[in-house]
Design a protein around this ligand. Structure first.
Ligand SMILES: Nc1ncnc2c1ncn2[C@@H]1O[C@H](COP(=O)(O)OP(=O)(O)OP(=O)(O)O)[C@@H](O)[C@H]1O
Ligand SMILES: [Mg+2]
Length: 343
């Protein structure tokens, strides 16, 4: 759907050159929800604004649905932009227009005949759950409702691609979840490709299929969200993942240990779960099979999009031979095991 090759963007401001994007290459597949995460100033907005040519790239190509949009003339670009919707952190609604007229606006610009446009607006308001707010003005709406208007407006011309620049950053966590759910629903229902940028790993965790990490104007890591969560390879990804899923066991817990009876050994292990194995009672079956005791030290179980994911730190106590077999059993069931301490 989107193919970015060797994209660079240099801004000139007060006699200085600012390299905002440095040789960025990226592919976004049709129908996926792709996230780009990075700290403030990393270049996220610049990247997303280049994709609809709100910002002109300094170098490189951007192919959207088979056409290099950096090569389009004004008229062609105007048409291409109608097929790319965009939503913003600050909603960017027209305050003098009603909700209905805000959603109507892009259809007026595209010169869609009034009866057809009005019908379309009704459908969109229904889709985003705002039918009863059609006659209100933006300042009479909550942040979440404003963003719903923003989404309806972005979908007005039936885009194939939706770009989201921090669309949930101004919202509270619960409203954020409801907006993300709406994005997930329209991605499925309308087969819409969504590219979103955020500094919040929770957003990535909630909706994205794949993610790219941008750091200091460069893409430093790209992969499936599950893969990045379970195995972040760069320090930047690591700190984003840790902000959401705490993998590090607090030190005082690492050094505490349960009293053992004679002849038994103990191992402190971290078990990581992804997907189907999280739904199986593997720990209890290990306890029965190998006659070990388990003490839960620390844990974190969560969902990434629709897949269970997490890690548990356990102290496993038992007779040495059986203890090793017990861990081999968990490993054999597809769990990732890391021994943190042997005693
Ligand atoms: N119009 C501009 N003129 C000059 N420099 C700019 C302009 N827009 C952005 N920059 C600079 O480019 C770099 C990247 O900015 P960008 O807005 O893309 O970051 P961002 O990742 O979106 O940050 P944030 O999370 O704070 O929105 C920054 O150093 C910024 O100061
Ligand atoms: Mg930004």
């Amino acid at each position: 759907m989107i193919e970015i090759k060797n994209l660079s963007k240099i801004y000139f401001a007060s006699g200085q050159e600012i390299l905002a994007l440095d040789d960025v290459s990226l592919t976004v597949q049709k129908g996926e929800i792709f996230g780009i995460i990075g700290l403030s100033g990393a270049g996220k907005s610049t990247l997303i604004r280049c994709i609809n040519m709100l910002e002109k790239p300094t170098r490189g190509s951007i192919t959207v649905d088979g056409r290099d949009i950096t090569l389009l003339g004004q008229q062609e670009l105007r048409l291409a932009r109608q097929k790319i919707g965009m939503i913003f952190q600050q909603f960017n609604l027209l305050s003098s227009r009603t909700v209905f007229d805000n959603v109507l606006f892009p259809l007026e610009i595209a010169r869609v005949p009034r009866p057809e446009a009005a019908k379309r607006v009704q459908e969109l308001l229904e889709l985003v759950g705002l039918t009863d707010k059609a006659g209100m003005h933006p300042d009479q709406l909550s942040g979440g409702q404003k963003q719903r208007v923003g989404i309806a407006r972005a979908l007005a011309n039936g885009p194939k691609l939706l770009l989201s620049d921090e669309a949930t950053s101004a919202l509270d966590p619960q409203t954020t979840r409801s907006i993300l759910k709406l994005l997930k629903d329209i991605n499925r229902q309308l087969h819409l490709t969504i590219l979103l940028i955020t500094h919040d790993m929770n957003v990535i965790k909630e909706v994205c299929d794949r993610v790219a990490v941008i750091d200091n104007s460069r893409i430093v890591e790209v992969g499936d969200v599950l893969e990045i969560f379970s195995n972040p390879r760069t320090p930047t990804s690591h700190s984003f993942v840790n902000a959401v899923i705490s993998r590090e066991v607090p030190v005082e817990l690492l050094h505490s240990s349960t009293e053992r009876s004679g002849g038994t050994a103990s191992k402190l292990i971290r078990v990581s779960f992804i997907g189907a194995s999280a739904g199986k009672p593997l720990i209890s079956s290990m306890i029965r099979r190998y006659n070990v005791d388990v003490n839960i030290i620390y844990g974190n179980i969560d969902r990434i999009k629709d897949t269970p994911f997490g890690n548990l730190t356990l102290e496993v106590l038992g007779y040495p031979g059986l203890l090793q077999e017990a861990l081999d059993y968990l490993h054999g069931q597809g769990l990732e095991i890391e021994v943190l301490r042997n005693a």
